[in-house]
Design a protein around this ligand. Structure first.
Ligand SMILES: [Zn+2]
Ligand SMILES: [Zn+2]
Length: 256
């Protein structure tokens, strides 16, 4: 059994949970410890149950509370050297350095890191596997590489960034420099880029896609939803939406 949930997703904070029957892992911690404690109650979990904290990159919406949570609950952290060096508060309980291509185990959960183009020091994202299922996570990525397509092919479930709708971004309130950053090859993934990734990768086994890291300023849930629907045309794939306020509840990866 492999399941996943989120306590929040977007530019104001991110934290995702991946779980087998005996292991609970958190990816990123863009919330204060108090906020994590509060939000975990809804998922019927306590921070003391977290076996590992994996960090994708050093942007504050991903690491704001990471070091404090790690120290408070003695949670070991996995991250790249680049991310560690770029974290302002690196006082983690214990540190496991990984490469952005590394495969490693947290108890019965197999984790595969893979590198992504994003304007951080050494960013990576993750694919999770146990004996029954395969789950991909991809956010904070400016463009799709052949390696990303290959790595995510064959996943049963995928959490996929749908950050912005180009038209909303262009006409939105952000200053030109920030618009340019988001739209660049080291920025974030648009609804259309998410759609084209799904078209390129092997989605034969895919049963569930969750739209992640939606911009509250530059996207509409309906735009993201229709882009995902377009690319999964005719397939029996469940489509969910992660939100900034609550993330999403526990979802089991269905390998059949
Ligand atoms: Zn982010
Ligand atoms: Zn980022």
């Amino acid at each position: 059994m492999l399941r996943f949930a989120s306590i929040g997703s977007g530019s104001k904070g991110n934290a995702t949970l991946i779980e087998t029957d005996s292991t609970t892992v958190m990816v990123d911690c863009g919330y204060s410890v108090v906020e994590v404690e509060r939000r975990l109650v809804k998922l019927e979990r306590d921070p003391s149950e977290i076996d590992a904290l994996l960090l994708t990159h050093e942007h504050s919406d991903h690491v704001q509370g990471a070091a404090r949570l790690s120290r408070r609950y003695k949670i070991p952290v996995w991250l790249t050297t680049g991310t560690l060096n770029a974290c302002r508060d690196d006082g983690f309980a214990s540190i496991n350095i990984i490469s952005a291509h590394q495969e490693f185990e947290i108890n019965d959960l197999h984790v595969q890191a893979y590198p992504v183009p994003h304007d951080a020091r050494e960013p990576c994202q993750f694919v999770f596997k146990n004996s029954s299922a395969r789950l991909g996570l991809l956010t904070d990525v400016g463009c799709i590489t052949p390696h990303i397509v290959e790595t995510l092919s064959g996943c049963h479930a995928l959490m996929l960034e749908c950050n912005y709708e180009p038209e909303h971004l262009a006409n939105g309130p952000y200053p030109p420099s920030l618009k340019q950053r988001i739209d660049s090859r080291l920025g974030h993934l648009s609804n259309q880029q998410a759609e084209s990734l799904l078209e390129k990768m092997d989605t034969t086994a895919l049963r569930c896609v969750v739209a992640m890291h939606l911009s509250e300023e530059n996207n509409h849930p309906e735009s993201a939803l229709s882009a995902l629907k377009n690319s999964l045309n005719g397939n029996q794939v469940k489509i969910l939406m992660a939100c900034q306020k609550e993330g999403f509840g526990w979802e089991e990866v269905n390998p059949n």
